[in-house]
Design a binder for this molecule. Sequence first.
Ligand SMILES: *Cc1c(COP(=O)(O)O)cnc(C)c1O
Length: 458
Amino acid sequence: MFKKSAPAELVARDRGLLWHPYAPLNSRPLYAVTDAYASTLELQTESGTTHRVIDAMSSWWCQVHGYRHPVLDAALYEQSRRFSHVMFGGLTHEPAVELAERLADLAPGDLNHVFLADSGSVSVEVALKLAVQYQAARGRTDRRRFLALRGGYHGDTVGAMGVCDPEDGMHADFAGLVSSQVFIPRPPAASYDINTDSWTVDEVAQQRWEQAAAQTIESHAAECAAVILEPVVQGAGGMHIFHPRCLRVLRELTTEHGLLLIFDEIATGFGRAGRLFAAEWAGVVPDVMTVGKALTGGYLTQAAAIVSAPVAEVISGSKFRALMHGPTFMGNPLASATACASLDLLTGNRAAGEQPHAPDSRWEHSVPRLHRALHRSLTPLNSLSAVRETRVLGGIGVVELDRPVDVPAVTAAAIEAGVWVRPFRTLIYTMPTYICTDDEVAAIGSAIGTAVEKVYGP
Ligand SMILES: *Cc1c(COP(=O)(O)O)cnc(C)c1O
């Protein structure tokens, strides 16, 4: 089926042919993956050296149960023996219905209605379009802009780009295409202590932010449909952790001003940020929640916009009565069946009498364990001169340098030390799989330390 190439040759075939994320056609280095199992990747360099490394990235937050999980493999295989895909227009099927029921069950409050999309960015587009339709249905056709947080990231499609940080999001390069939205300042950094179960923030900065948020929302509410943000952790916009109190403030302000509140939980959802959904840190229920990334346990691309009952009711009473979107691969059965199996593993939902699945990746057990293990393994890195700070929340660990990371050099040094990381800007970060052992988390911390020391000195 495939022309089998030696890794060096494979990389040569790739180069100049394929684009990789945010990289030039000829970017290097590039590593060939030859195998993946549990938390481990087998990589080969261009010179043919094989490295077995711990995947500290979980394939960009997705692979929560590890590679080649028997339960997910079986779910995917079983569904492929029935049908792999059918259109969703006018047709339905068991995997999609099951998945929607589970999502509605797990999501907080009255988030009871589900739109299945084919990627995170698309689910964000759906949420934004929904907000505009919602306002129009209530006679507010003038409310067509969005409020977002500075430092946020919501995807790469044109609508989503508009609500990404206006500087990082490269808005200037796409002026005229990406619409100009309204930005609330980034909330101040906060930290969570798992031992005392308490949050710390600079109270003055926090209050200043709350005032600024209120002012921005008050002066722009009349032209805006919704506020969108990543709750508690901003991911690709800078791995920034802020106080859950901000969510309550925004819930109150959006309700007061007739705006929808959209939580983008594509990165934070399914336990990653220490709660099943980061919204739960504040006990806040948004009007719309987007999920993706870990939804299928990292097997296939799928995402969802989960919508509250009252908002869904307004959409149902609107001009088109429908949410005006409908991707070809909407509700894909393979992805939906795998997602159901992944949610079972995450929540420990098993048929009575069945043995716990090994390895155990129930989020309630694994994520607090990861938090403690990451804290132990990353805190010592503060003694390195290039390290500005380390921070941890749930299954997310961040090492921030005082300078932009030399990505090829740090990546190569980390691979030598047995770990795959993909730094960006000043950040080396990790989101281990939920089956990563404490020893593996310790190895991730020490490999990052070794890499930083090799590239920047002690
Ligand atoms: C990754 C991400 C997206 C985009 O998801 P894709 O599946 O890459 O389109 C949107 N929002 C957040 C918070 C993300 O982390």
